[in-house]
Design a protein around this ligand. Sequence first.
Ligand code: LLP
Length: 419
Amino acid sequence: MEDVSLEGLAHRFGTPLYVYSEAAILSQIRRFEAAFHGLPHLFCYALKANPSGRLCRLISSRGLGADIVSGGEMERALRSGFPASRMIFSGVGKTESELDWAVRRRLLFINVESEEELRRLEGVAKRLKKTADISVRVNPDIDPRTHRHITTGLAVNKFGVPPAAARDLFRRAAKQKHLRPVAIQCHLGSQIREVKPYLSALRQLLSLARSLAAEGIPLRWLDIGGGMGVAEGEKGELNPESLAAAIAPEMGDYPLRLILEPGRALVAGSGALLMKVLYRKASAGGGPLRGTPGTRLRRGRDGRRFVIVDAGMNDFARPSLYDAHHPIVPAVLPRGGPKFRADVVGPICESGDFVAKDRLLPWPAPGDVWAVLMAGAYGFSMSSQYNSRPRAAEVLVSGHEAALIRRRETLKDLFALER
Ligand code: LLP
């Protein structure tokens, strides 16, 4: 990674270990900025993808805004240098105190997702004698053709309100002294690889924004959410250049600034999860395991070969949750040698605990370091202490330097909060 040996990092900091490349994040930001150069826009980084303070500081220092979904993310975003004036607050279940904090801090806007939330926000703003800038999140009922667990803009999903209801909320907000509608928003889902769903959503939002302007409710921002997909398995990324090229003619010279809320696209490719091979074994029918690395194993009809690693679904949940396909490579690439089909599994006591299934890989020796790639987004941020496993450490690489940005949790940390 950059000028640093991954195997060296694994020995120095232990495994499992998340490592991120600063250069990769910066280059992805530059790429998005270049693609959207011709359009007035603001990127609001979705902190949930990776809320590490160091990464957030890097991203805020490049002038991006933040998309937050909890009081905790608001605090993180503020501490890492995102100004409130570039922060937007999404989510279907904001509590009264979260709304209170958001109104006091005067965020760029608060994304309203239901009529009841609008009423609650009205009450909060009135009590604080402030005016809150708001957007309404539209549920456009568009299929982004991604995994069902990460689809958000279908009518069956809990997010946003249908376009007709959105219009009513805008009208209602426009009449309130303490609310000011400034934006219209939607978010279709995550790991989207096609431009088409974005275009359909954009057209819906634009037409609503235009008719609201004609009624005397002019908006400033048009936010089409995040979800820009990165390469996974056989499937390629959503190219930001194509997305920008498709959006530009639609926006025309309409005076609305565009917001995108990329999370994964900015950080996924920068990160790898390093893990160590603990054991190899074969199930019944999986072929004899004669031990010496490189021994060719025959695979029976029902048999499986397993490589057991020290990273589990508590460290990296994406394969178990979404059947996600992440590349796995040995930290030191072998010079040739045979490859074998195997399941790469963790130490957690569940059969759903796997990093990869049926993957063609060089047969490792215990102690070998392997890297799970594209692990910079929704990796550490979704990790847990399940099975009483302390969470992994995180390291940021820049050129020849490697800095520990979050220490490994200890056994003591496991008990720290218990009474
Ligand atoms: N904006 C909103 C309102 C969101 O809900 C999300 C993600 C984003 C932006 C950023 O989406 P991105 O650009 O990162 O795709 N844990 C899942 C992904 C869940 C995404 C939830 N919302 C995974 O590992 O695939």
